[in-house]
Design a protein around this ligand. Sequence first.
Ligand code: HAM
Length: 414
Amino acid sequence: MAIIKVQKGTKDILPPEMPLWHFMEDTARKIFTIYGAKEIRTPIFEATELFARGVGDTTDIVNKEMYTFEKSERSLTLRPENTAGVVRAFIENGMHRLSAPVKLWYKGPMFRYERPQAGRQRQFHQVGVEVFGIKQPTADAEVILMAVNYLKALGLNDLSVELNSLGCPKCREEFKTKLKSVIKPYLPELCPDCQARYEKNPLRLLDCKVEECKEIYAKPEIQQVIQSDFICEECAEHFNELKSYLDTLNINYSINKLLVRGLDYYNRTVFEIKSNNLGSQNAVCGGGRYDSLVKNLGGEDTPAVGFAMGMERLASLIGEKEDTRTTAFVVSNEPLEAIKLTEELRAKGISAEFDLTNKKFVKQLEKASKVAKYALILGEDELKLNQVTIKDLDTAEQKTISRRDVFDIIGVRL
Ligand code: HAM
């Protein structure tokens, strides 16, 4: 019979990878808690309308990438990202009444129907933070610090922070008009996606990946518009203040005027953190400010800023898997003695196994060297003298000690 395989763009996360995932999750809990964030878990499916209105119906995510299905005449969608869901929960649970800032963090699976490739899956995991209620750039700075310090705590250093300001809806309108007029003569030469973006969402023209389009946008008259400081005085002040916080805190960043992000809810600050060690899908973190989203989804007017990171991308950067071997394997031809010592070890929090099938001594040692760091040998002599022989299975060093010392020695070497 044909076996049923895992779906394209999805992956099993198997036991040897688990220590790495626990490390990413535990570090998130630790670092985000230090910054005063509380964890939130929202449902994996939501009303389709939440994403259409939240993420924006001109975005690739909403137009091409959603897993949408009908149930009882309702249109539901597997969440492609979690900002919209967290905002829904914020509104529905009256969290605007809590004292600002309200800082929330989350982790969990997201779903996007994209063409799978290295670093891009259809089911992937994000860890993210959303901070509500503060319009000042102190919140933007804190959010960027949370991202940077989380990445540092994971031991990731070869990363660069890219920053841009998209201004407010007012200054952005002027910029869009200028951009459209300078691009208009080249319209017939642009890719079909860009032709659609030109009408619906001209800012998104800037992050087109098609070479021919990129060449057109590199033309001097277009670059002049892109590189111009189009944002209004208030937005510029907000951006400058943010930069001075980052400078004071020695956070390295570069300004990327092409950084527009693929979701519609942003205004003012947007940022991405990229790795120099990933292929084309090199963004490990994306985020920014979204001051109108809470109101647009029916809540009180509440400014907000946040980010999310792709955990599979983080995992591939952290790379090395921790040792998942059992600490101790008790080797003995006396199953009663073996189970007793194994249970004593477990009671002290030391992971331990013994041979459930009571094979020959040599076979048990072979098995121990495959699954454990130490073999604890209870032979005839050891049992008589109430001793244990500890064999380090990496170095083959061994010594015989009194049975009551075994816990201390193994415990210290854990
Ligand atoms: P995003 O840029 O769409 O932003 O996703 C954030 C991160 O999720 C990306 O930088 C990447 O690491 C990871 N990611 C996205 N798509 C995939 C995929 N198909 N496979 C693997 N990893 C992926 C957001 O989702 C916003 N909600 C971020 C945000 C939070 N902005 C404000 N608050």
